[in-house]
Design a protein around this ligand. Sequence first.
Ligand code: BMA
Length: 339
Amino acid sequence: MSDGLANTINDILKKKKETAIKSIPWEERPAGCTDIVWRSQRNPIIPRNLLPKSNSIFNSAVVRFGQGFAGVFRCDDKMRNMQLHVGISDDGIKWHIESERLKFKCKDNNLGNWEFGYDPRVCWIEDRYYVTWCNGYHGPTIGMAYTNDFIDFHQLENAFLPFNRNGVLFPRKIKGEYAMLSRPSDNGHTPFGDIFYSQSPNMIHWGRHRFVMGTTSGWQATKIGAGPIPIETPQGWLLFYHGVLTSCNGFVYSMGAALLDLDEPWKVLARTSSYLLSPQQNYECVGDVPNVVFPCAALYDEPTGRIAVYYGGADTVTCLAFCKIEEVLQFLKEDNCIK
Ligand code: BMA
């Protein structure tokens, strides 16, 4: 890591005790817009070429950190290797992304041998940030690591055997166990995939797998995958997820939401029939992979009910969208496809 970024991180940590926590990025719903989820006027907030060596910066994870924000970003380089990079921001919009890829500390060379990494999620649990990502280990599976400071990242065992993607942790233990959603799949551009729930006593051994939900029709007919870390509400876990439709021109990735039971999250209480966000803007329809919105993180401000969702556009740029939790929960009731 460069001295510059390490100094910025140390400053942010020092200020933590002195400064009030920053509010999350927010823009009011534009006049005339009736959508539950609306886009930032500043999209894309991160251009593909923010780094001299980046081809694209997209499906990325952001969390509160100190008095600002930190994240793990998917940056594909100009050789088109899929890499993860650390980023730091004061306001969640303007990002300083480290130019060198994230190098996990791992005592086991076999496990730590880096092939590729993409679609990270970051989750604060108890006393540290956990990172999960799609990790190349003889095929894609769920890599895991933790960090306290976004400087040192300690790699843990892969959660599952290949092939698996979209590993998303819950932000607290459920009935005494760590909990994760994932999407078992195959080695390619998986034309299938359902969301499963798994538990672990120690973040190493994962089991007691339960089916959560599968594909239905329309925008979520081909495959689905969990998105940001689920948000706890009194009614249940609010999960944003992506759904894929196969058109005659290829896959189309949209975002919807589901409400999962608080104690038994494999029980789906509600699920949107319609998408909440689908590729419609140029930066979502045109890029390295057209017609993709892919959410990997959400910041939630409980006192105001505001949510800021970070998503990748067209596998090329990073974007922001906004919504209010009460409106999403209400929409889940009205548009529920669970009978
Ligand atoms: C999935 C993942 C995502 C990507 C999406 C669309 O399989 O590779 O990173 O955004 O495909 O290409």
